[in-house]
Design a protein around this ligand. Sequence first.
Ligand code: AMP
Length: 216
Amino acid sequence: MNVILLGPPGAGKGTQAKRLEQRYSLVQLSTGDMLRAVVASGSDLGRKAKTVMESGQLMPDDLMIQMISDRIEQPDCARGFILDGFPRTTAQAEALDNMLKNKGLKLSGVIEMKVDSEALIERITGRFSCAACGAGYHDRFQRPKVDEVCDSCGGTEFSRRADDNEATVRSRLAAYREQTAPILPYYEEQGVLRSVDGMSDIDEVTRQIETVLAAA
Ligand code: AMP
């Protein structure tokens, strides 16, 4: 099963992708996570990516297309993958179609997570994660059970993404509106687009996605 999760920053794509990964034994392919690893490596490309990401703009299409094409070739993707953060432009969506065709793969579904854009700023600026295991939390909506201790691994160090501040979030939302939302009609015309209510609680969103995938 090969699935795309589409939606603006803060829609919950990463959270749901992690759940689907376990439920269906798929691999989460998050281009944002891949880029953050490149930034952490301190390479020349990492320095460029850091600047682009902190401005809330998008990285060049050719680079992102190559990154996903290489990743899909890896053996662990053979059992299926969930794309989280890719495609983000029409050029990326078209390149993905060609890539899948050349590799003899198909999309099982494209799931749009519909959210109220007003709620996104608060959702994103309040989020943080455990530095040791990556478990996600939120200042208001999902605090650790014991303050400053990770529920999952007991870690006591937490981190926030550099691009989760309000100014960058506004640019990221604008990039979504202008460059990513135009992909929706592209998939609608192909008859593969389904939507779920991303404003529901996390378990309910998972249930809606599972229903969509059961019918795929
Ligand atoms: P994300 O973790 O998906 O919110 O991505 C964080 C940042 O990485 C974005 O704001 C972009 O700067 C960059 N990025 C991630 N995926 C892509 C992509 N498919 N195309 C272009 N830029 C991307």
